[in-house]
Design a protein around this ligand. Sequence first.
Ligand code: URA
Length: 231
Amino acid sequence: MLRLDKYISNATDLSRTDAKRLIKNGVVCIDDEVASNPAQKINSDQDVTIEGSTISKASKRYFMLNKPAGVVSVTKDNHNPTAISLMYEHRSEELQIAGLLDIETTGLLLITDDGHWNHRLTSPRSDCAKIYQVGLAEAITPDYPQQLAEGVILEGEKHRCMPATMEIVDDYNINLTIAEGKYHQVKRIFAALGNQVVSLHRFKVGDIVLDPELESGEYRPLTALEVASIL
Ligand code: URA
């Protein structure tokens, strides 16, 4: 939800002062009703017109960032750089992080100002697969695939995790696919198996793969196909 004057200035070249003047002049309509209050909140389903022409809705933005270690994936932090602070985007205060990574975890971080898209990706009911490269302190044991397939019970939880799958890289490294996004989930899964995660890198979320062209700390907009892949 955005204030009407801000919505107009975001979607056009007009300043907020210009937008307020047009509203005062009675030439701005919301869903065919003349608007009079610049502070009125607008949601993305409403049709805003100026002198009868619909202004294009402020288009939504979607990015992938190759998150470095040492960067937090919350929007504000007094001690550490935030993922958003690595991005040179206007209206950065509107950006949200879709699916958090721990400070030392690296790799694919999705960032958007589209709350619905973020929700589809991160709601507890979303079964979007995430793939992590996991480095472990102890060698993997032969029972891991079955334990993961059955769903591990994390410390402090009553219910099993959803089934996960693993692909062995070597004795200490695997690619893990999980569908949930519980707090510290990967670390807690391996703690429950008596092991410890020493490195964690996310490289795939749904059909979106971390672009190998992106150096650590770099980002790029998602393609239309990547955006549409999150249903
Ligand atoms: N699981 C974790 O433990 N940490 C992350 O950053 C992501 C998933």
